[in-house]
Design a protein around this ligand. Structure first.
Ligand code: TK8
Length: 362
């Protein structure tokens, strides 16, 4: 199985996502010949003819089956079965039973698992360009995020996956992240001082929270509840659906609506598996991933407001964070963004901002 080895581009003080590039990985864009861009399912229904084999597809995620990601993974499984005449069967695994994001991504590279849908953040040790999606406050809403991810910028990043033994079929939605903690409400930048916050294994998140005066600890998602319960860390940050679905409210009295980062999920397929598929089978996988991804975004956005209310009802003290406070935080973290923009490539970062402006000024 492939071992993650230190990626020199983004050095992390924690074991990071490190990878040998896939042996003989084409590196070209042969991954998604079926569709013209990374989020447009084809219109014609591929015939489930004889070039569709009996296949079992092991698909694992880190979140629970009642989470919008879990609900959409079940939708993906239904769509693949329908489109293949029942020949392609997706076995679904939830709540990190097959391992956390990094472990499952490694399993895909080793050909031991066919599908996983991690947050892009823990993959930056492998594809540093994912790191620009970790920049705080770049998207104001889902429409702006969709425009970047489903457009040329998102595709350029997906095109870097085949050389690592992976194929990216679509972006799904983890969502806008909010801070929970067990100490006090966080209303302005100074309230971060000294807070021990769990972050994803991602250099941008680590340095952003350091710059805000917090004391960040990167760790895999599957360890977060225990770390909060044992007070190893004071807080964590995730979208509301994840906070509720993982019952963080039971160990976190305070929820601060920072909305500080929008995290995508990326739908990954093992390239070892992908390269065995017929064009028809590839089209079925691609169309199902795109369609289920649109459903995932719908469900996630629908539950967001309701979830804030239910977390309040469950006893969390919820505070809003003013635009002025967010602007102050944004000012403080500018040096971190400048550093990673240089590392990632300023042209691509500028292209991302330009895509956002196009939607914002529409
Ligand atoms: C779940 C993770 C999680 C992410 C994190 O597999 O690690 O905090 O937001 O949702 O991808």
């Amino acid at each position: 199985m492939k071992k993650w080895v230190k990626n020199l581009a983004i050095s992390l003080t924690v074991p990071s996502l490190l990878v040998l590039s896939a042996c003989g990985g084409g590196g070209g864009n042969e991954q998604t010949e079926p569709a013209k861009d990374n989020n447009s399912a084809s219109t014609e229904q591929p015939a489930a003819g004889n070039d569709v084999q009996e296949r079992t597809i092991k698909a694992g995620i880190g979140l629970n089956e009642d989470h919008p990601q879990g609900i959409a993974l079940k939708k993906f499984a239904e769509l693949v079965s329908e489109k293949s005449g029942g020949k392609m069967k997706v076995q679904t695994f939830f709540a990190a039973t097959l391992g956390d994001d990094q472990k499952m991504t490694e399993a895909l590279q080793g050909g031991l698992q066919e599908v996983t849908i991690p947050s892009t953040s823990p993959l930056v040790g492998m594809v540093k360009e994912f790191g620009m999606f970790d920049f705080p406050f770049i998207f104001n809403n889902g429409e702006e995020a969709d425009a970047v991810l489903d457009g040329p910028v998102g595709q350029k990043v997906l095109d870097k996956l085949p050389e690592h033994g992976l194929v990216g079929l679509a972006y799904w939605e983890n969502g806008f992240r909010n801070l929970t903690n067990s100490k006090h409400p966080v209303e302005t930048a100074k309230d971060f001082q000294g807070l021990k916050i769990r972050t994803m294994q991602n250099a941008v998140h680590l340095e952003v929270f350091q710059k805000l005066g917090a004391n960040p600890t990167p760790m895999a998602f599957s360890e977060v509840f225990t770390a909060l319960e044992s007070k190893t860390v004071d807080g964590q940050e995730n979208p509301l659906a994840t906070i509720e679905s993982n019952k963080f409210n039971e160990v976190q009295p305070y929820l601060s609506m920072t909305n500080h980062v929008y995290t995508p999920f990326v739908f990954l397929v093992s390239k070892k598996f992908w390269d065995q598929l017929s064009d028809t089978e590839k089209q079925i996988m691609k169309d199902s991933a795109v369609e289920a991804g649109k459903y995932n975004r719908e469900v996630n956005r629908e539950v967001n407001e309701k979830t804030k209310e239910s977390l309040k009802a469950a006893g969390m003290q919820v505070n809003e964070v003013s635009d002025e406070a967010k602007a102050e935080m944004n000012e403080m973290i500018k040096p971190v963004i400048e550093k990673f923009s240089k590392d990632i490539g300023e042209d691509l970062v500028k292209e991302m901002y330009a895509e956002v402006e196009k939607v914002r000024n529409k």
